[in-house]
Structure formats: structure tokens, C-alpha cells
Design a protein around this ligand. Structure first.
Ligand code: LLP
Length: 419
């Protein structure tokens, strides 16, 4: 991760000692570095510059308002999947005309919200959704801009839970039926067919499947044009994978060049929806060791962050590096499972890690900027962690206060009287 360095054996991120961050904001705490967000965004913008793409940051990766605002200021659009995410991006000052609305289950209310706001387009995933959107738009006296999410039946070769472009996934319109569905869409009076999109999976470290999917989409674009359905944009879905440990992320420029070569001479605006690669390595989860529990079979470092804060290890057996915030020269390293206090055996952040730690130490769980805080829950009635953004000026700012127990209980009602 860039911006992460030891100075005199103390880990700094974005120029700030993580010990000072923990002291001031407590743990567990997500810490993000604005500089890394900017670097990641400009890497996309520069690599794809010849295509002048609309880069729609996938809000689900990290929806903190300060991060959305930062990307909006850099000129980004947004990929949203719910009315909640729409409210979020609008609150962050997004330009609605740069918002694409993905997801298989949009409700009529969410469609109304999108139409009211004037979003760029709805990425539609089924015929029934088209019919509903047509009806909602008609009732509002509007035309809904539509792109069809086509499922190209390409194996993304990533974890099955985050692979989305195969025939047996719930996502998208089957490639073989897509041409007919486009014709149905074009015949509906309150829809404006503007684009095509796909998303085959996340954390891809090889771009070959992405390019295969693009080729399939372009063949369909040509067939549609012959039938008089001329599309204005092509959305290649999510971004490339990142380095968590020893992965080699694809070369962005190589990917961009391959896309540019295929789009050359076509009047198609490029849209993309990167999430993980814009925020993943811009964040760490800071946690404190509460107890060391040394046993015959295993040693455990029981920390104050848990699966409710960072679900990826439990859900996907995902690997996040875990490093000490203060390096002890004279403490012997030992093998530990880094686990949380939640009552589940799957509550771990890392297994069999070699660490020199003692109780009270701080640990940093790396590459936690994407799908970390957004997948957090209140399981075991644990308040959600604080989030801190270290600005370009090196100053840390609290961008999400630690959830209070009052807020956590606020929507619940006890039955005061029984009948
Ligand atoms: N567009 C669509 C329609 C998506 O479904 C996704 C991610 C993205 C864009 C962004 O993809 P990215 O650039 O982040 O690869 N929770 C999982 C990842 C789930 C991804 C779901 N869709 C994880 O923690 O690995």
C-alpha cells in the first residue's frame, strides 16, 4: 500500500502516526488516505484519457460521504444499486446526470427517485424490470434512459461469490436473448434505449475475461445497429483487482489500450464502474489487541474489531495483511489467529499470522478501504466503527463518528405492556 510507512518503528499512513489516530479517535477505526483515493482515480482517468470515459465510482465499495464528495470533485460519476445510495451520492453533491443505477431488484419507488433526480441511465437486468420502468416513467410523464445489463457468459475466474457473468448467476440478461429484449425495450413508449453494460465479477487479476466480454458486447452492438437500434454508450462494468498480498493487479494502461483499440472509430461513449480499485488500498482498519490467549493447538490475538466490522475474511476467506502499528525489536514473533470478540468461529481477521504482539498493541488490517465499512453490521449489538480521512494536508478528520449505543437502539420499541 502506498502512503504506509514505518517511521522509528511506528506505522504512519498518509503522513499520520496510526498511534496518534487511535489515541484521538479510538478503535476499531477505519482510516483512509485522501491522497491514495486521488492517485487511484487519476490512474483510471489517465489510462483511459483517449476515450474520455465516464468513470462511475461503485458506491457499494465505500459510501462514506467524504469519499463520494472527493470523487465528485474529481469529476467522477457514480454507480448506485439502491435508493439509499442515490440519496447518498446526491447528499455528497454528485451530478445526477453522471449516475448509473445498477441492480436486479429496483423497486418502483427507487425508479421514481432515479427519474426524479434525472440520472444518466438505469442498468436494467430483466424484461419484467423493463416493463415496470416503462410504466413508472409513463405515470410520471417521463422517458427513462435505459441500458441493458447483458450477461456475456464469460468466466471471470474469481471467487464464486463475486463472480457475476456466468449463465447461472442471477445477474443480467442472457446473451442469447439480449437482442430480442433490446427490441422489446425499443418498442416501449416511455423508455429511451441508450446503452449496453456488463459486469462479470470483481477482483479480476487477469483482464482476458473482461476483453472477451467486451468483444461479445460489441458484436451485439453491431447487430443492434443493423436492426436500427443505435446505442450511445458502452459500460464495461467494475474495475480491475487490487493487491491484497502477492496478487499482481493487471496493467491498467494495457487494459485501457485494449479497450481503446476495440472502441476506435465507434460513436460509443465509454462508461465504467470501478469500486475496489479506487478505494481498497486507500484504507486500513485499526484495531487493538484486547487479549492474547495462548494455547496448545493455537494462539489467539483477540482484537476489538470483528467480522461485523470487516466481513471479507469470514465470508470469502479473503486475505488481508495484518501488521503491528508499533514494531517491537525485542519481542519474539509467534503464530496467532487474529480474531474478534463475536460469538462465531468464523469471526477472524487473519489466520496463522506471525506477529510480535502483546496485549494493548495496535494492529492495522491492510487493504480494508473497499467492502469493509459498507459491509459492516451491528451483529452482537456492536456499534459501527469510526471512520477517519487523512486529507492531502496530512490532517485527520472524523468522517463517521463511532455509532453510539443510543443510535443503535433508537429504532426499536420494547413492548411495555403485554396483553
Ligand atoms: N458494477 C457492478 C454492477 C457491480 O456489481 C460491482 C461489484 C461493481 C461495479 C464494482 O466492482 P469492483 O470494481 O469493485 O470490482 N463484497 C465483495 C465484492 C462484491 C462486488 C459486487 N459488485 C468483496 O468484498 O470482495
Amino acid at each position: 500500500m502506498s502512503q504506509l510507512d514505518y517511521h522509528n518503528d511506528t506505522l504512519t499512513f498518509g503522513g499520520q502516526a496510526l498511534t496518534a489516530i487511535a489515541e484521538r479517535f479510538g478503535t476499531p477505526c477505519y482510516v483512509y488516505a485522501e491522497r491514495v483515493l486521488t492517485e487511484a482515480y487519476t490512474a483510471y482517468r489517465d489510462a483511459f484519457a483517449s476515450l474520455d470515459p465516464l468513470i462511475c465510482y461503485a458506491v457499494k465499495a465505500n459510501g462514506n460521504l467524504s469519499i463520494l464528495q472527493h470523487f465528485a470533485r474529481l469529476g467522477a460519476g457514480f454507480d448506485i444499486v439502491s435508493g439509499g445510495e442515490l440519496a447518498r451520492v446526491l447528499a455528497a453533491g454528485a451530478d445526477a446526470a453522471k449516475v448509473v443505477f445498477s441492480g436486479v431488484g429496483k423497486t418502483a419507488d427507487e425508479m421514481r427517485m432515479g427519474l426524479e433526480a434525472g440520472i444518466h441511465c438505469f442498468n436494467v437486468e430483466s424484461v419484467n424490470e423493463l416493463v415496470r420502468l416503462n410504466q413508472v416513467a409513463g405515470e410520471m410523464g417521463r422517458r427513462a434512459p435505459v441500458s441493458l445489463r447483458v450477461n456475456p457468459d464469460v468466466d471471470a475466474q474469481t471467487h464464486p461469490y463475486i463472480s457475476t457473468g456466468l449463465k447461472d448467476n442471477k445477474f443480467g440478461i442472457a446473451f442469447d436473448t439480449a437482442f430480442d429484449v433490446y427490441r422489446e425495450a425499443a418498442a416501449l413508449p416511455h423508455l429511451d434505449v441508450v446503452g449496453i453494460d456488463c459486469h462479470i465479477g470483481s477482483q479480476l487479476t487477469d483482464v482476458t475475461p473482461l476483453i472477451d466480454a467486451l468483444d461479445r458486447l460489441l458484436a451485439l452492438v453491431d447487430r443492434l445497429a443493423e436492426a436500427g437500434i443505435v446505442l450511445r454508450h458502452l459500460d464495461i462494468g467494475g474495475g480491475v483487482g487490487i493487491r491484497y498480498t502477492d496478487e499482481t493487479p493487471p496493467d491498467l494502461q494495457g487494459y485501457a489500450d485494449a479497450v481503446a483499440q476495440r472502441l476506435a472509430g465507434r460513436p460509443l461513449r465509454l462508461v465504467m464502474e470501478p469500486g475496489r480499485s479506487l478505494v481498497g488500498n486507500a484504507g486500513v482498519l485499526l484495531t487493538r489487541v484486547e487479549y492474547l490467549k495462548l494455547g496448545e493447538a493455537k494462539n489467539f490475538a483477540i482484537v476489538d474489531a470483528a467480522m461485523n466490522d470487516l466481513l471479507r475474511p469470514s465470508l470469502y476467506a479473503a486475505y488481508h495483511q495484518i501488521v503491528p502499528v508499533v514494531r517491537h525489536a525485542h519481542l519474539p514473533p509467534m503464530k496467532v489467529d487474529v480474531v474478534g470478540p463475536v460469538c462465531e468461529s468464523s469471526d477472524f481477521l487473519g489466520k496463522d499470522r506471525t506477529l510480535a504482539v502483546k496485549e494493548g498493541d495496535l494492529l492495522a488490517v491492510l487493504s480494508a478501504g473497499a467492502y469493509g465499512s459498507t459491509m459492516a453490521s451491528n451483529y452482537n449489538t456492536r456499534p459501527r466503527a469510526a471512520e477517519v480521512l487523512i486529507g492531502i494536508d496530512g490532517q485527520p478528520r472524523l468522517v463517521r463518528a463511532r455509532e453510539t449505543l443510543e443510535a443503535l437502539l433508537a429504532n426499536e420499541r420494547a413492548l411495555l405492556e403485554t396483553h
